[in-house]
Design a protein around this ligand. Structure first.
Ligand SMILES: C[S@@+](CC[C@H](N)C(=O)[O-])C[C@H]1O[C@@H](n2cnc3c(N)ncnc32)[C@H](O)[C@@H]1O
Length: 159
């Protein structure tokens, strides 16, 4: 495997990059537009992308279990019983004028659930876009057999 350094564009505008739990960070930032692209299913990114995390951290760790996974943070956005609460918490605390959420029709939160939460905080709008389904597994064993999926862009103007 060859790893090449990324080409960074050094430019003038001020920006900040954070590597934090979104529900903690949200109380410390504000702005015009908040775009949210959270995990939408139970697959934990720390488990699926552990190789990339190890490359990025470039540290020593003790592989554990059959797969040799490193320990990883479990996101509440990937847990069905918790995701509505963390989403409501984030939207409620957000000091942003416009909020956008990318999610799809196979997400842990239903369309109605997302709408119910967002509508509490302002003017809500939904944009739908059919999309070719990404097939990560063999067709006979897939949970979702549909070949297309519906991508939702949930829009909220906070009042
Ligand atoms: C659908 S991906 C976003 C992909 C990104 N928009 C891109 O184009 O590269 C969801 C991301 O949310 C991160 N994530 C999960 N739980 C989080 C949390 N509680 N706070 C902040 N980020 C979280 C995951 O690690 C993952 O990188």
């Amino acid at each position: 495997m060859w790893l090449y350094p990324a080409d960074y564009v050094i430019n003038e505008p001020d920006h900040e990059v954070h590597n934090r739990d979104a529900n903690e960070l949200i109380s410390e930032i504000e702005g015009d537009i908040l775009y949210m692209d959270p995990p939408y299913n139970h697959r934990q990114y720390g488990a699926n992308y552990h190789m990339l995390n190890t490359i990025a951290l470039y540290d020593e760790f003790e592989p554990s279990g059959k797969t040799g996974l490193r320990n990883y943070e479990r996101s509440r956005w990937c847990i069905k019983s918790q995701v509505s609460n963390v989403f409501d918490d984030l939207v409620g605390k957000a000091r942003f004028k416009y909020l956008f959420l990318s999610y799809n029709n196979e997400g842990l939160m239903s369309l109605e659930e997302v709408r119910r939460i967002m509508e509490k905080y302002g003017r809500y709008e939904l944009i739908e876009q059919p999309y070719q389904r990404f097939k990560a597994d063999k067709s006979e064993n897939r949970n979702h057999k549909a070949t297309s999926t519906m991508e939702y862009l949930h829009v909220l103007e906070k009042v």
